[in-house]
Write a protein that binds this ligand. Sequence first.
Ligand code: SF4
Ligand code: SF4
Length: 128
Amino acid sequence: MVHPCLRCGACCAFFRIAFHWSETDPSLSGTVPAELTEKLDPHRVVMRGTQSKQPRCIALKGTIGEAAYCGIHPIKPSVCREVEPSWEFGRHSPQCDKGRIAHGLEPLTPEDWLDPSNDDSPPLPQSG
Ligand code: SF4
Ligand code: SF4
């Protein structure tokens, strides 16, 4: 099964992605590349591109709703790691739904997490 986020990317082009500046400072164990961020206020930075009228994070690769992924996935900001796709862990995620709806995508359902290769129902009878 292709992870639904890899066919989506909507939340990365909807919210302002703001977090504490220390996440960009390697001397404080920060991992996010500082050049991909800009200052928001004395305490916070934002991912570039996410303050625009039509936001899109600079780190987002691909086409929303088709094939998209985070270009800095292993080192992305804490706020991004906290967003759950709806129903991946058995519960609805308002952020995920909002992002998808804003991009004309249906909210995920529990069925989106079913792996067709795990279908152990009996085969249909063959005709002829
Ligand atoms: S909106 Fe939901 S499904 Fe889409 S990338 Fe974000 S968490 Fe994943
Ligand atoms: S850093 Fe990655 S996960 Fe976070 S908004 Fe940007 S593309 Fe999305």
